[in-house]
Design a protein around this ligand. Structure first.
Ligand code: C2E
Ligand code: CA
Ligand code: CA
Ligand code: CA
Length: 283
């Protein structure tokens, strides 16, 4: 038994080594990728669920590695957040989004606001407000051209600081949405004090509505509760991950009027979204 235990232990450490090795490789590659401009943004429309009008776009980062191909942000953003690399990548994402809006405007393309995701670590930087305002200033944009998304868990990790930052951003006219709503444990008392434009229902709740919402009464109840909360607090409610009309109709029936998802559009490169902006009905 002892020998076996030791073997197991040995096996376990080599697994850990492999995982650590992979993380170090990925971290190294990310730093190179920034210099080599391997990161770019794609954009997903947020639409009015009744009319289908494009209301805004969410910018999502993509990494195309020359050998490994596409690496999903779900893999590298959490690592970038842990190692601090996000503090180098984040500003580039913000700048790239602002420059894209400016380019569209310069060409007379009718733009909608673009929402940029800020990770918890970026959001906690003492100069975050200055950085956002500088990004707008440097590209000559208005505050209403840009929106910010922070996750519920990031917003709630240091609530008094969040209230200060959001109040300040709000004062400058920059709208903030709470992402992945329903996955953390927000105190409603705090939520009430946050000057938040919108809450985004986490897609885990929406994904179970795909076939038969009646079979998922708990998720349905949570969705209804979030919609009610948004109404009460005067915040817009946006559903994520809408892939079919069953989900859309369930949401509409319960008073959720805005959403994103593959049903309307996948996240697409700037050139493709441009076509959408030119052709699509905007309000
Ligand atoms: P998120 O902010 O919650 O973004 C929504 C994710 O859902 C995106 O995945 C999007 O492509 C995906 N999605 C959209 N519609 C559907 C749908 O109908 N069905 C399904 N199954 N998925 C859908 P993505 O682009 O892989 O991003 C994953 C996460 O990585 C994001 O979640 C966000 O937390 C993070 N992320 C992505 N881009 C950035 C960025 O520029 N900065 C930061 N800090 N984080 C980012
Ligand atoms: Ca988001
Ligand atoms: Ca989300
Ligand atoms: Ca998410």
């Amino acid at each position: 038994a002892k020998a076996e235990g030791r073997r197991c232990y040995h096996f376990y450490t080599s697994e850990m080594d492999a995982a650590l090795q992979e993380r170090m490789e990925l971290d190294q590659a990310m730093r190179q990728a920034l210099e080599r401009n391997e990161f770019h943004l794609v954009y997903q429309p947020r639409v009015d669920l009744v009319s289908g009008c494009v209301l805004s776009l969410e910018a999502l980062v993509r990494w195309r590695h020359p050998q490994w191909g596409m690496i999903s942000p779900g893999r590298f953003i959490p690592l970038a957040e842990e190692t601090g690399f996000i503090l180098a990548l984040g500003p580039r994402i913000l700048r790239q989004a602002c420059e894209q809006i400016r380019a569209w405007k310069a060409r007379g393309i009718p733009t909608v606001p673009v929402a940029v995701n800020l990770s918890a670590r970026e959001f906690q930087q003492p100069d975050i407000i200055e950085r956002i305002l500088a990004a707008l200033n440097n590209t000559g944009l208005d505050a209403c051209d840009l929106e910010i998304e922070i996750t519920e868990s990031a917003a709630m990790s240091s609530v008094e600081q969040t209230i200060r930052i959001l109040t300040d951003l709000n004062g400058h006219g920059v709208r903030v949405s709470i992402d992945d709503f329903g996955t953390a444990y927000s105190s409603l008392n705090y939520l009430k004090r946050l000057p938040v434009h919108a809450i985004k229902i986490d897609q885990s709740f929406v994904s179970d509505m795909k076939v038969d919402p009646a079979n998922h009464p708990e998720d349905a109840a949570i969705i209804r509760a979030i919609i009610g909360l948004g109404e009460t607090l005067g915040m817009k409610v946006i559903a994520e991950g809408i892939e079919n009309t069953v989900q859309r109709d369930f949401l509409l029936d319960h008073g959720c009027l805005q959403g994103q998802g593959y049903l309307f559009s996948r996240p697409v490169p700037a050139e493709a979204v441009e076509q959408l902006l030119v052709n699509a009905k905007t309000p």
